[in-house]
Design a protein around this ligand. Structure first.
Ligand code: MLT
Length: 251
């Protein structure tokens, strides 16, 4: 975990199959807030137990992180799976939230087809290793514009995915497969919320993300041009500005 700076505490929650370094630009540039950037269990610097992965467990782990840095309430900024964890924080620990930033995520649970795909990916990870899972994800994660214009970022994301642990990948796939539907939670969200989506996101396309935002009282939406599912990495300038403006209004 990395903790830097002072000001409004912001807890950054990474997506799958990635680690905390996906937030590195925001960590560097949002100098007027306290950046709390952990790896979820099974990832990066965190331990990788063989089992016990669920959205609820990830959320409880993050409360332990907040306690460890003596932060009572934080703005939670989650991307994709990080957003699923943020919904679990709303469900279980709403009193720890000062605001929400939901990037490239969705509130719906997996469909039957998506659950089948998760099982197939678990099988692939166990047979061929985590890199094989990364290769399946990569084409969907980044925008066509990113593949064309930022080859170094493609290499970087591939490396990040290759460093994951097998228990962490299998655990995250199971946790995503079994996560509850959070759509009924959206109208109950009482903290200021910003929703961000890459205009070329293929995993959580703009229309669905905008529908999700419309169900959250008072939520604003920012669309990031030339970004896919990983807007904070693909277009760090506009993504960080959107987050910074939201935090300024909040303060
Ligand atoms: C993520 O970016 O966290 C994952 O793509 C989300 C998912 O597979 O549902």
């Amino acid at each position: 975990m990395e903790v830097e700076g002072a000001g409004v505490p912001v807890l950054f929650v990474h997506g799958f199959p990635l680690d905390r370094r996906m937030w590195r630009h925001q960590q560097e540039r949002l100098s007027r807030c306290q950046r709390i950037v952990p790896d979820l269990r099974g990832v990066g610097a965190s331990s990788a137990p063989a089992g016990g992965y669920s959205m609820g467990r990830y959320a409880d782990d993050l409360v332990t992180v907040l306690d460890a840095v003596a932060v009572r309430r934080a703005v939670v900024c989650g991307l994709s799976m990080g957003g699923y964890v943020a919904f679990e924080l709303v469900r279980r620990h709403a009193d720890r939230l000062a605001g929400l930033i939901l990037c490239d995520t969705r509130a719906e649970a997996d469909s039957a087809e998506a659950r089948g795909n998760r099982d197939a990916l678990i099988g692939l990870a166990e047979r061929e290793g985590v890199r094989a899972v990364g290769e399946r994800f990569l084409p969907k994660l980044l925008a066509p514009t990113t593949f064309a214009q930022q080859p170094e970022l493609v290499v970087d994301v591939r490396e990040m995915m290759g460093r994951l642990s097998l228990p962490g990948v299998v655990g995250a796939l199971r946790a995503m497969r079994d996560r509850p539907d959070s759509t009924a939670l959206l109208p109950t969200i009482r903290v200021p919320t910003l929703v961000i989506v890459g205009e070329e996101d293929q995993v959580t396309p703009v229309a669905g993300v905008e529908r999700m935002a419309a169900a959250i009282p008072g939520a604003g939406v920012v669309r990031i041009p030339a970004a896919g599912h990983l807007a904070p990495l693909e277009q760090p300038g506009p993504t960080t500005s959107a987050i910074g403006d939201f935090l300024t209004r909040l303060a």
